[in-house]
Design a binder for this molecule. Sequence first.
Ligand SMILES: [Cu+2]
Length: 479
Amino acid sequence: MALTACTPASSRLLTPTSSPVRTAEAARAVTGRTVSFDLRAAPTALDLAGKSAQTWSYGSIPAQALRASVGDTIRVKLDNGLPEETTIHWHGLALRNDMDGVPGVTQPAIAAGDAFTYEYTAPHAGTYWFHPHVGTQIDRGLYGALIIDDPNEPLRYDEEWVVILDDWLDGVTATPDQVLEELSAGMQPMSGMEGMGPMAMGNMLMGAESDLLGGDAGDVFYPEYLINGRPAADPETYSSSPGRRVRIRMINAGGDTAFRVALGGHRMTVVHTDGFPVTPFEADAVLIGMGERYDVLVTLADGAFPLVAAAEGKEARGFAIVRTGSGSAPAPDADIPELSGLVATADRLTAASDVALPNRQPDRQLAIELTGSMEQYDWGFGGRRFDFDRPLDQPWQIRSGERVRIEFTNSTDMWHPVHLHGHTFQHAGGGPRKDTSVVLPQQTLTVDFDADNPGRWLVHCHNIYHGEAGMMGVVAYQA
Ligand SMILES: [Cu+2]
């Protein structure tokens, strides 16, 4: 790639407002209906079972769920009442590039006091979510569900419950910016701590271990774990009736925590991940990394049941209650045998036949090596940390129409949830369609996608602190 020495790579990239982007948008099927929402990002207080935490939100935590149907035009006016610039990223949607919400890549950041209106066609049905793409703002209360309905929904169920999981520290122990600063100083691994369990040191967490995550489960100490904005001491109660079939749409909005989720007394059938259907998979629990979504179907029994989101490896949990009948409420620390039963992970799933990518040899292969360590806190791709001031300096360049294969090779000692914007790739070997996938330490994950949505697209670790430390890059189409 010696060419990049004399021609700035970015000059050959499509701009987010270029005609291929507009052409791709014009090709999307539309209903002619527009659904409009107003969001205001601003400082607020979150009530944590009587304790008040100063934070930022879109009016409530989570934000109001935004809902539209495939082909609708979604229009969201965002007022920025924060003391700093912001954007909104529509996580998982294969939307037009200039609405993707990445500052310096797809739009200028929205200054404090300014407003911006996002407007785009909803391309695919499924469970998505939205959050800022500036700094560590996502680890405050700025998040909400974005549900795109399929007018011809093939699944049969009676009702829906959106469950948003979050690890919480803002306004309790520190701000996310303070945590990033502390982590960035690096951390020496401590010997002799094996088997002692997780231990907080300042805002860091030592010794959080998970077999499912291949070792180190996470490095940030969170004093609270929330389900739909509520701590275990003040849980949400979802009320229904015995025999009802519920679609639970689970979203991990956390910064540094994978959750193992189970509903006591029930098995669940995994039907979607990251918005796209999978061959139905029966499980006792589901593991959800940051940014991932899993939809499950559950037929409710009679009584009161704990929905538990165990913070994987961290010996803490989020908690909510499902009530369909009489009986005392379960305790937040109740023993949940399902948590140690069969856990659905993405590698066990296969794409539903109607969303599997057609067989095709890749036209292009990108090798993306995940690099860095806790000691240096130098997370990056290929040994290079993302330059937020010059984000388009060294993109991976692809062309429209190509089948692209990415090999994510994790050379680090930690797991990373990698997220590709603007596309839903498929795990090799008939695996699920996803946009955010866990890559275990010292393992390689191979995914394929079709380059059918031109623009500049971020690919990054959805551990917010890893991403901000530099584990980000841009996949861009050439003009
Ligand atoms: Cu990471």
